[in-house]
Design a protein around this ligand. Structure first.
Ligand code: DX5
Ligand code: ZN
Length: 221
């Protein structure tokens, strides 16, 4: 059987922000598939990360921009993320009260030719995604409580990854499974074996002396 393609997305949260240009070039040179950009508002999560000025500063680098919104009211700010050339916008299902707003977000993101993802926290069940799976491009399963980099991998996410893999395959959904939080040389293989397509990794990749080799490792090469 052909080996499955695994994409790796370094999480920019772990970069050295004194050297934005250098860090972006490092990621691109290391042949990362995507750059993962964590947007936190201090309300949906207990932390504030970075926002539009940083996205604007890196918008023209030639890499797929995977924007992970950990914010309340994503609809309110959606156009701003679209303007900053996101390629994929992922919002948290827990941040949205009404199903119609989830549908609206998916519709608006797609109308702008941007891929759409939905993320779930460790305590949220895969079931809540069922009404939307046929319409979205990706599910982001959090394997740590969102808000901070450098936390340890929550093993209970593995069952959720396998459960979702089964649902996606059985229904032939065109939906990637991305996993985020605590992914490193010790945890990546469990995540891949459970059925993930995209691995986000922050502290492990940015701390590594040779990011290119570390990305290769996570891709199973
Ligand atoms: C956490 C963020 C993650 C984080 C991952 O809320 O969504 O993307 O940066 O960092 P590590 O790989 O260090 O757990
Ligand atoms: Zn993230």
């Amino acid at each position: 059987m052909e080996k499955k393609i695994i994409r790796v997305a370094p999480s920019f949260l772990a970069a050295d922000f004194k050297f934005l240009d250098k860090e972006m070039k490092r990621v691109i040179k290391a042949k990362a598939d995507w750059i993962h950009l964590d947007i936190m508002d201090g309300k949906f999560v207990n932390n504030i990360s970075f926002g539009f000025p940083i996205l604007n500063a890196i918008k023209d680098y030639p890499i797929f921009k995977d924007v992970h919104l950990m914010i309340e009211e994503p609809l309110k700010y959606l156009n701003r993320f679209i303007d900053e050339k996101a390629d994929l916008i992922t919002f948290h299902i827990e941040a949205i009260k009404y199903k119609k707003d989830v549908k609206q977000l998916i519709k608006t993101i797609h109308q702008n030719n941007i891929a759409c993802g939905i993320s779930i926290k460790p305590s949220t069940k895969v079931d809540v995604l069922m009404p939307f799976l046929k319409d979205i491009d990706l599910v982001l399963i959090m394997s740590v409580e969102p808000g901070f980099g450098g936390q340890s991998f929550d093993e209970s996410s593995l069952e959720k990854i396998s459960e979702l893999r089964k649902i996606v395959d059985e229904n032939n959904y065109n939906c990637l499974i991305e996993v985020d939080g605590g992914i490193n040389d010790k945890t990546y293989s469990k995540v891949i074996n459970a059925g993930a397509d995209v691995l986000v990794s922050g502290s492990f990749l940015f701390k590594s002396a040779n990011m290119k080799e570390s990305i290769k490792l996570l891709k199973g090469k």
